[in-house]
Design a protein around this ligand. Structure first.
Ligand code: HAM
Length: 421
């Protein structure tokens, strides 16, 4: 048996990087006031219809929906913004003057055609800020992302921005699009022909080159922005410039989900081939109302952890975890005798390995070498008699014999010298 199509096992070489990203994220975003939320992996199907939109690719083609034994229509979450909004309303998390910052980490599910960087189960890191219309929130939340990514030193990343307007100015743009595209509807793919009639903005997301070519020469959405929405977008651009985050503009960036208002943005990587978006997000000031709750303006983004890991693997050599010490025993009985000592070293924070078969000295040293251990700790007749250990520095091939009780301080003192391991 194998993993189902589009899913994969994350083996230690991957989970190592997943953990690094997740642990850094929890510390980094806490500094901005983000607290973690965990919502269920499945929700009522209607939640995604009402938020992501009934004409989007996600809802029409990609959802893992099922009827459970109680007859409920449920769906494995394809994204988490809808779930977080549902939770915010359900638990009344945002009072009238509150700004609430929530983050999440976890698997999402989309029935897409698998290819490099595109899976049916993938992992997102996401943040959502509720309670403010101020463009400084857009700037701060994008800044938090850029600073999070900085230590990873990813080359070839491009921040791309747009504004999709809102209920005040978007209808005029949609009307314009519908009028123009209807004139040549037969040149669009079947999906787009339907979209032109029902949800024309989604034509801009179409992945067919032929459809994209037909969009050339159309007026950009910026020609339709209201003065307020233009001012909001300009404030976002100015704020990012002030913080030295370069970006480019893409008037067709409408982001494939229906809930966005005003700012939309993505980070595009030159290293990901067709699946070039490392992350995406934007403002969604009307979503809580669409879900039947009070109006709460909001801004957020989600990053594809699988895609970030793919870029990291391309550009950084990641050292596998290695034990601090590998014990080598002259006799099996000594392992049993010293086992409590080994366990206590782990309590003190060392990573300790040994070969439970306690074969020849040579075979144990071979294993110590193969494990990548920083030190081999050797216990032969002399050491057992003197209550000492011989510590061999495996990187420098030097060794010295010291009293057993000095082992911990010697190894940790050296560990301190050995930065970054
Ligand atoms: P999204 O653009 O659909 O936005 O997904 C965000 C990121 O998840 C993508 O940029 C990509 O890195 C990753 N991703 C999406 N689908 C797959 C896949 N099949 N395989 C691997 N990675 C994938 C959202 O999900 C919104 N909820 C973002 C948001 C949060 N907007 C506001 N707040």
């Amino acid at each position: 048996m194998k993993t189902p199509k589009g899913t994969r096992d994350l083996l230690p070489e991957d989970t190592h990087l997943f953990q690094l990203i997740e642990q850094r994220a929890l510390t980094h975003f806490a500094r901005y006031g983000f607290a973690e939320i965990r919502t269920p992996i499945f929700e009522e199907t209607a939640l995604f219809h009402r938020s992501i939109g009934g004409d989007t690719d996600i809802v029409t083609k990609e959802m893992y929906s099922f009827v459970d034994k109680g007859g409920r229509n449920l769906t494995l979450r394809p994204e988490a913004t809808a779930s977080v909004c549902r939770a915010v309303l359900q638990h009344n998390l945002v009072g009238p003057d509150d700004v609430v910052r929530l983050m999440y980490l976890g698997p999402m599910f989309r029935h897409e055609n698998p290819q490099a960087g595109r899976y049916r189960q993938f992992f997102q890191l996401g943040v959502e800020v509720f309670g403010s219309l101020d463009p400084i929130i857009d700037v701060e939340t994008i800044d938090a992302l850029m600073r999070f990514l900085e230590p990873f030193h990813l080359p070839n990343l491009e921040l791309v921005l747009n504004s999709v307007g809102d209920q005040t100015d978007r209808p005029a743009y949609l009307e314009y699009l519908r009028r123009e595209l209807s004139k040549k509807a037969d040149r669009f793919c079947r999906d787009c022909q339907r979209r032109i009639a029902h949800n024309v903005l989604r034509v801009l997301d179409c992945k067919e080159d032929a459809c994209q070519a037909e969009l050339e020469g159309l007026e950009p959405i910026s020609n339709f922005w209201s003065p307020e929405n233009r001012a909001h977008f300009e404030a976002v651009c100015e704020g990012l410039t002030r913080l030295n985050h370069p970006f480019s503009l893409n008037p067709r960036l409408v982001r494939g989900l229906d809930y966005y208002t005003r700012t939309t943005f993505e980070l595009i990587s030159g290293d990901l081939g067709a699946q070039s978006a490392v992350m995406g997000g934007g403002r969604y000031d009307r979503l809580t109302e669409h879900l039947g709750g009070k109006a709460i303006p909001a801004f957020g983004w989600a990053l594809g952890i699988d895609r970030l890991v793919a870029i990291l693997k391309e550009h950084t050599s990641v050292e596998p975890a290695r034990p601090d010490v590998f014990f080598v025993f002259g006799q099996r009985a000594w392992l049993d005798e010293l086992f409590p000592f080994l366990c206590a070293l782990r309590d003190k924070g060392l990573s300790v390995a040994f070969d439970q078969r306690v074969g020849s000295f040579k075979s144990q040293m071979k294993r110590a070498n193969r494990s990548g251990a920083r030190w081999a700790v050797i216990l032969g007749d002399d050491e057992m008699r003197d209550h000492s250990v011989t510590v061999k520095d495996m990187d420098q091939s030097q060794q010295e014999t010291i009293p057993m009780e000095r082992l911990w301080s010697k190894v940790t003192e050296k560990k301190g010298e050995n930065h970054g391991r």
